[in-house]
Every structure is written in structure tokens, then in C-alpha cells.
Design a binder for this molecule. Structure first.
Ligand code: SF4
Ligand code: SF4
Length: 191
């Protein structure tokens, strides 16, 4: 059953509006004066000279996780593209030369102009192969084509930009856990 929200009773001065208009203008004027006289007290970022500090768990541009040999963790199962409500993930699978892995993506593209940054692809992935923790949230380009990011762009990230506690990232080439991870990977004990 619908909940009835009672309308507030307006006073005489609220009903003639003029007093409220001047109250609103006074608030606007107060903010304008404060912007000029005390800019340091306002929550303003001098962008683009000062970049925002985006939290790691913010759903930003995607990346594809890497195995210790630098190949994608993705097994081209299509779970992410099936879960994607915007239908903006395009995958072409091929046979993997690694006997431990059945398939790998020959092509993996995401159209960021269609993406709604819901994170369903990350949730759907069964092997932690796609993440949205790049903190790249400010995207700009001069053509639509640059917003379609391919496999190489998705895998172009450096473990040094990720926390030491992020073991999956640190096992990738260049990471602090890479040497041991590569040994285990070649021995077939860590895929
Ligand atoms: S974040 Fe959402 S819309 Fe964007 S690619 Fe992933 S599932 Fe699709
Ligand atoms: S990113 Fe994950 S869910 Fe998407 S195809 Fe690769 S393994 Fe499957």
C-alpha cells in the first residue's frame, strides 16, 4: 500500500514566495562571496593540476589480470559478456597452447561509451581475470574509437601501481611475488 507523505503547512511568507526568493538569493550571494574571499575553505580541487584521490574500490576503467608468464588470466568463458547489461564486451576465443587452460581470448574489447560501470563483469568472472580497480575514472578522447579498449590496453598495467597486499597483481611480471609465482606456474602448481 502506498505511503501518504503529508505536505508541510506553508506560512504566509512562504506562500507569497518573495521572501523565499530573497532568502535563496542571499544563500547564493553568500557562497559567491565565500568563493572569492575564502576559497581554501571550499571543497574545490584545482583540476587538472590537482588530480582527485580516487579510492581503490571505485569502479573505474577495467584491466585484465595477468598470469606470471604475462598471458591473460581470462579463459574466454563469456561469463562477463553474458552478465553485462550494456552488451559492451566483445570476446573472440581461441584454443590455448597451455595444456592447463582450454581457451584464451584472441580478442577482448570493451566499449567504454556503452559501459555503465556496474561491475557485473567483475562479479561474474569465475577466475579473477577482470577488475575495475585501475582508479582511471577520468576518461577523455577525441573520437569514439579511442573508447573501445582492446586486450593490449586492458593488460597494460604495472604491478607497482597496486598494493603489496594485492597478491594476484604482484604475481604478474614486474611484481614483488613474480619470481616464485613464475616457478610455481612453470611447475604447473599455480595457474
Ligand atoms: S561494468 Fe557493467 S556495463 Fe561495464 S563492461 Fe562490466 S558488466 Fe558491462
Ligand atoms: S574475463 Fe572472466 S568472465 Fe570474462 S571471459 Fe574472461 S574468464 Fe570469463
Amino acid at each position: 500500500m502506498a505511503k501518504v507523505v503529508p505536505r508541510p503547512e506553508l506560512t504566509f511568507w512562504e506562500r507569497i514566495y518573495f521572501a523565499e526568493i530573497f532568502k535563496g538569493l542571499a544563500t547564493t550571494l553568500g557562497h559567491a562571496v565565500k568563493t572569492v574571499t575564502r576559497p581554501d575553505t571550499l571543497p574545490i580541487l584545482m583540476y587538472p593540476e590537482v588530480q582527485p584521490d580516487i579510492p581503490r574500490d571505485y569502479r573505474a576503467r577495467h584491466r585484465l589480470m595477468k598470469r606470471p608468464d604475462g598471458s591473460p588470466r581470462c579463459v574466454a568463458c563469456y561469463m562477463c559478456s553474458t552478465a553485462c547489461p550494456a552488451r559492451c564486451i566483445s570476446i573472440v576465443a581461441e584454443e590455448s597452447p597451455d595444456r592447463h587452460i582450454e581457451k584464451r581470448p584472441a580478442k577482448f574489447e570493451i566499449d567504454l561509451l556503452l559501459c555503465v560501470f556496474c561491475g557485473f563483469c567483475v562479479e561474474a568472472c569465475p577466475c579473477d581475470a577482470i577488475r575495475m580497480d585501475t582508479r582511471k575514472a577520468i576518461l577523455a578522447g577525441d573520437s569514439r574509437r579511442v573508447f573501445v579498449i582492446d586486450k593490449e590496453q586492458l593488460m597494460d598495467w604495472d604491478p607497482k601501481d597496486y598494493p603489496a597486499t594485492d597478491t594476484q597483481s604482484q604475481k604478474a611480471p614486474g611484481g614483488s611475488l613474480h619470481a616464485q609465482a613464475l616457478t610455481d606456474f612453470r611447475a604447473g602448481s599455480d595457474h
